[in-house]
Ligand binder design. Structure first.
Ligand code: NAD
Length: 306
């Protein structure tokens, strides 16, 4: 068996088409989705991310605004700033650019964002909704992984699903999303760093979603034929030649590539569906941020209609 690829770009484009229609409808009622990204100090890596966010927002008609605060900002100043954004009716969604300076407790700031503007889906109120089976504003990567899984079209009811990784932003919300329906859910098992025999679980899984950050963690002999694999991990590893020797780039530095957590080449020969890395969960995650921003604008429109 050679697996069908679950390409993220394809699903992302489909979701964006739907979002454009929603944005037009919102704008006709006078509501413009507006994402405020808060950056404290300067960070080259998040600058790249900011430019990508701005581009993808503006492509579909979401306003994007970067709010830059000095590196000397205190936690209290930051909390006051978040309060102002919460009260600003022109801002429908707020995202924090990480990392924040060490003197600022990122969790404290994150939970200060109004749950209705929490486009990253990290507020306890939004996490809590998942327990009740309501998606609302849900964590972007977890939702992206579940949407890609659903895009396979395979019925999940009663299936054995193994989630590897139990972080707050990925593994735990995935587990809750899988259990969203009382009668139609699969049976999720969550494995993590303390799991004694990972292979015991993965070998009997109909579906594996892995979010760990360890290249080659899931090998072909750890999965059964026909498994569906959603690889969320992102790892940068050196490129090697056939003898296993590291390849150098034009600057004489080790050439690097991006991989997921599974042995893609070997597992795609056994799986029924698999996500590539890069090009799988990543593009859908970015789109989920747009999705949540549109949802946040809908929440504002609904509230003002009441
Ligand atoms: P994290 O470090 O918060 O959590 C890692 C999880 O892996 C933990 O639950 C830990 O218990 C588990 N783990 C560690 N070693 C393990 C092992 N040997 N066996 C089983 N479980 C083990 O990481 P995170 O923020 O959840 O991210 C996980 C991965 O997903 C990373 O590679 C990250 O880069 C990637 N990621 C991708 C996207 C995307 O858009 N594609 C977004 C967010 C994170």
């Amino acid at each position: 068996m050679v697996a069908t690829l679950l390409e993220g770009q394809q699903l992302a484009s489909k979701i964006k088409e739907g979002l454009k229609k929603d944005i037009d409808a919102l704008k006709s009622k006078g509501f413009v989705p507006h994402l405020a990204a808060v950056q404290v100090g300067e960070n080259a890596a998040s600058r790249v991310y900011i430019n990508q966010q701005k581009k993808s927002c503006e492509e579909i008609g979401i306003e994007y605004e970067l709010k830059e605060l000095p590196a000397s900002t205190t936690e209290n100043e930051m909390l006051d700033f978040i309060d102002k954004l919460n009260q600003d009716d022109a801002v429908t969604g707020v995202i924090l650019m990480m990392p924040l300076p060490k003197n600022i407790d990122a969790r404290r700031v994150q939970v200060r964002i109004s749950p209705d503007k929490d486009v990253e889906g990290m507020h306890p109120a939004n996490m809590g909704k998942l327990v009740y089976g309501e998606m609302g504003l849900a964590p972007c990567t977890a939702r992206a992984a579940v949407e890609l899984l659903k895009s396979s079209g395979v019925e999940l009811k009663g299936k054995e699903v193994v989630v590897v990784g139990h972080s707050e932003i990925v593994g735990k919300p995935i587990m809750l999303m899988l259990l969203a329906s009382q009668m139609e859910s699969p049976t999720p098992v969550v494995c993590h760093i303390a799991t004694k025999d990972l292979c015991f679980h993965t070998k009997r899984a109909d579906v594996i979603l892995v979010a760990v950050g360890k290249h080659g963690l899931i090998k072909a002999d750890m999965v059964k034929d026909g498994v569906i694999v959603i690889d969320i991990g992102i790892n940068r590893v050196p490129v090697t030649d056939q003898s296993g020797k590291g390849v150098l780039n034009e600057k004489g530095k080790p050439k690097m590539k991006t991989t997921g957590d599974v042995d893609f080449e070997a597992i795609k020969e056994k799986a029924s569906f698999i996500t590539p890395v890069p090009g799988g969960v990543g593009p859908v995650t970015t789109t989920m941020l747009l999705y949540n921003t549109v949802e946040s604008a809908k929440l504002m429109a609904d509230k003002s209609a009441k």
